[in-house]
Design a protein around this ligand. Structure first.
Ligand SMILES: [Zn+2]
Length: 181
């Protein structure tokens, strides 16, 4: 549960052993990195779970909580690992793009992430609808910079006006992976 400092959720690790893994490789990730939450129950006798994959994406918040509790904390749930895409070795998920766009003035929440592979290297294109009155060049530059800051990946950003991205059932299909495996 969250403590009075409201900075993540403390996990009772005497009851649950938690790990954050790379949902693609299964590798355990260091504290601070976002991945899939996996837990093992330590005291349940009736229905114990061993390395149960939740498919929820979060991270272990590094460092101590100001409340002084030694129980580790996890961050909010950023999304589902099923929606995640791995670009240039980095896990990116739609909820993360949603939240970084919310920090860019004039960017709307409608976007499409297009991943492809060229000459053996991943390429990343980000198409975003921007609000009326925005300067397209400035908006694209601000989005590219925020995306790079939050994910560590460079994306080619293309902006368009509201309503221009194709929608299915009222919502844009947000990740398009054209890579062949
Ligand atoms: Zn605390």
């Amino acid at each position: 549960m969250s403590c009075k400092h409201d900075c993540g959720m403390h996990i009772w690790t005497d009851f649950y052993y938690i790990e954050i893994i790379d949902p693609v490789t299964g590798e355990v990730l260091p504290d601070g990195e976002i991945g899939e939450l996996v837990f093992t129950t330590l005291r349940k006798e009736g229905a114990p779970l061993i390395r149960y994959r939740t498919h929820d994406l979060t991270r272990i918040i590094p460092g101590d909580c100001p409340c002084g509790s030694e129980y580790p904390r996890i961050d909010e749930i950023f999304g589902r690992s099923d929606d995640m895409v791995k670009i240039k070795g980095v896990c990116v998920f739609p909820g993360q793009v949603d939240s970084l766009l919310a920090d860019v003035p004039f960017a709307s929440s409608e976007f499409r992430l297009v991943v492809d592979r060229k000459d053996g290297r991943d390429t990343c294109g980000l198409e975003v609808e921007i609000l009326p009155g925005a300067d397209p060049g400035a908006a694209a530059a601000a989005i590219a910079s925020e995306f790079r800051k939050k994910t560590g990946i460079s994306a080619v950003v293309r902006v368009s006006e509201i309503g221009s991205l194709p929608r299915s059932e009222g919502k844009t299909k947000r990740v398009i992976d054209k890579r062949e495996y």
